[in-house]
Design a protein around this ligand. Structure first.
Ligand SMILES: [Zn+2]
Length: 103
C-alpha cells in the first residue's frame, strides 16, 4: 500500500533490477504494446501464479517462493504459497479487467 499526494492509499507493485546499470528485465515488464497494454507484465503475473499454485509443497519451498542465497526472507513463518496465489490471482483479475492504463 502506498499513499498518493492526497493521502489516499492504493496498492502498488514496485519492480527493481539489482544489476548495476539494469539488465533490462524491468523495462520489458512495463513495456506497452501498440494498444497501450502491459501484456508482458500480465503474462509474468500469470506464469508466476501458475508456478506457485501448482507446486506440491505445503507452505513454500525453493521451487516456488524461496530464493536461493537469501538469508533474510526464506522463513516458513512469513511465506505462504496460498496467500501469494491469492494475491497473484487478484492482480491478474485486476489487470485483465482494467483498461490500457493498467494493462
Ligand atoms: Zn513450493
Amino acid at each position: 500500500m502506498v499513499a498518493d499526494e492526497r493521502g489516499a492509499f492504493a496498492q502498488a507493485v514496485y519492480l527493481y533490477d539489482t544489476e548495476p546499470g539494469g539488465s533490462g528485465v524491468c523495462q520489458l515488464l512495463v513495456a506497452q504494446d501498440k494498444h497501450g497494454r502491459h501484456t508482458n507484465f500480465a503474462e509474468a503475473v500469470r506464469v508466476m501464479g501458475q508456478k506457485v499454485d501448482l507446486c506440491n509443497c505445503e507452505v513454500a519451498c525453493p521451487k516456488c517462493l524461496m530464493q536461493y542465497g537469501c538469508t533474510a526472507k526464506n522463513s516458513l513463518r512469513t511465506l505462504s504459497r496460498q496467500q501469494v496465489t491469492s494475491l497473484l490471482t487478484g492482480a491478474l483479475t485486476l489487470i485483465e479487467s482494467s483498461g490500457p492504463d493498467m494493462q
